[in-house]
Write a protein that binds this ligand. Structure first.
Ligand code: DCP
Ligand code: MG
Length: 431
């Protein structure tokens, strides 16, 4: 990332081309696809709603219904005041009426699956964030000069092949792409090339930014910060002291910066296991034994997910809450349980004789599904062959979201040919 930068200056991630796709009034759009007579009419889909009843809440409403004040999370009874039920409206009612439908998740999932198949056909990396929303990294498929053509053809395919409309935003990162797709809904297509990010964002109200919810927006406004431009030029230190790490994140987003890679959901950034002693102990044997057990758990989980790791770490908690973390980065991704054991024991050495209450082992800097190529150029004797593959991840354990600095990787890259990893031990937060 570059320094402060001028408005419109490149942010350092201009090489990436990211799309955000979000279907317009998704549940209502599905109901319309099933019943074309609803096209162009106010449609309200109710959660916990049954035909003819007044209970439940609005899950979504078509844009025609939104014009009459109907919105998500509103009680159906309130929606009915704004838009009486079409089926039972009195013959002499000449105001607008609404078409009410109960939620039918099984049907919406079918529609979502059809959209997903199209998305995976046009991008190598797809992050599905909800039933109707996904990020696509298309950097390897198109450049900035042709991404609009790709986005248009994606919208057309979703319209023609699935029968719903989607809004698409394109930007050099996830946060900009998300704001762009919301910017001109419904049926929107907004492309924000890297050089236009700052001027695109600057005039937007802060609540249109990714990560700024209604409560944060209210606080920011109270401090005189109304637009993304105001937020971009606000004092970062003050934002961090008021909102914690999130203050830094929204400051970055206001400046059009977001270094998160587009990653498929379910791929953790790290895997960790922790275990506490019933009673704190200073027996180093017991500490080592416990660490080895944790190392085994973690490497088994990594193998089950077909994950390679580049960083190996331990956590040592001394009573009562003195948390110490140490980690070492390797020159390349590996899947090598023996190596994890030896690095873990090595990192533990400095705690010999200390009283320990709790221990943890973590592998991070994960990559997936590259087992056949990656370890061999880094270390001899890699013992990773033949482990199981489980692409479908369960709950994410120890996903900390903290990126390891690439500087470490470069530094250790010089030691590629050596057998024993030379790592840097650093203190980082084990979340
Ligand atoms: N949803 C819900 N309850 C909410 C918000 C959303 O049940 N409070 C459901 C219904 C939506 C779907 O999730 O159709 C997708 O959410 P979106 O936020 O994308 O909303 P829509 O697709 O309905 O509208 P938009 O056109 O703003 O994307
Ligand atoms: Mg949507």
């Amino acid at each position: 990332m570059s320094g402060a930068g001028l408005p419109g200056a490149p942010t350092g991630d201009e090489k990436r081309v990211v799309l955000h796709v979000d279907v317009d009034c998704f549940y209502a759009a599905c109901e319309r696809r099933r019943d074309p007579a609803l096209r162009g009419k106010p449609v309200v889909v109710g959660m916990g709603y049954e035909a003819g009843a007044a209970h439940g809440a609005v899950a979504t409403a078509s844009y025609e219904a939104r014009e009459h004040g109907v919105e998500s999370a509103q009680p159906i009874s309130q929606a009915l005041e704004a838009l009486p039920r079409a089926a039972t409206a009195p013959a002499d009612h000449d105001g607008p009426v609404g078409h009410y439908r109960p939620v039918d998740m099984a049907y919406y999932r079918e529609v979502s699956d059809e959209i997903r198949a199209i998305l995976h056909g046009i991008a190598d990396v797809v992050r599905e964030v909800s039933i109707d929303e996904a990020y696509l990294d298309v950097t390897d498929r198109v450049g900035w000069h042709s991404v609009e053509i790709l986005a248009r053809s994606l919208k057309r395919r979703i319209d023609e092949e699935v029968g719903v409309t989607a809004s698409v935003g394109v930007g050099p990162n996830m946060s900009v792409a998300k704001v762009a797709s919301d910017h001109d809904k419904p049926d929107g297509l907004v492309v924000v090339p890297p050089g236009e990010v700052r001027e695109f964002l600057a005039p937007l109200p802060i609540d249109e930014l990714h990560g700024v919810g209604p409560v944060t927006a209210r606080e920011l406004r109270a401090a005189g910060i109304e637009t993304a431009g105001d937020l971009a030029s606000a004092d970062r230190g003050a934002l961090v002291s008021r909102f914690g790490a999130r203050g830094g994140t929204i400051h970055d987003h206001a400046r059009g910066r977001d270094s998160r890679p587009v990653e498929p959901v379910g791929k953790p950034k790290s895997l960790s296991s922790e275990s506490a002693f019933t009673e704190a102990t200073d027996a180093f044997d017991a500490v080592c034994e416990r660490l080895l057990r944790l190392a085994e758990e973690v490497t088994e989980r990594a193998a089950a997910r077909d994950a390679l790791y580049k960083t190996i770490g331990i956590k040592v908690v001394r009573p009562p809450f003195d948390v110490n973390t140490r980690e070492r980065s390797l020159s390349g991704p590996v899947a090598d349980p023996d190596l994890v054991e030896s690095v873990v024991l090595d990192l533990a050495e400095e705690f010999e004789g200390e009283t320990v209450r709790k221990l943890g082992v973590r592998v991070s800097n994960l990559t997936f599904g590259e087992r056949t190529q990656a370890p061999l150029d880094a270390w001899e004797g890699d013992g990773s062959a033949g482990a199981g593959v489980d692409a479908d991840d369960g709950p994410i354990d120890g996903d900390d979201g903290s990126g390891q600095s690439t500087r470490d990787d470069e530094r250790f890259g010089r030691d590629r040919a050596t057998r024993v990893p030379r790592g840097q031990t650093s203190i980082v937060d084990f979340t």
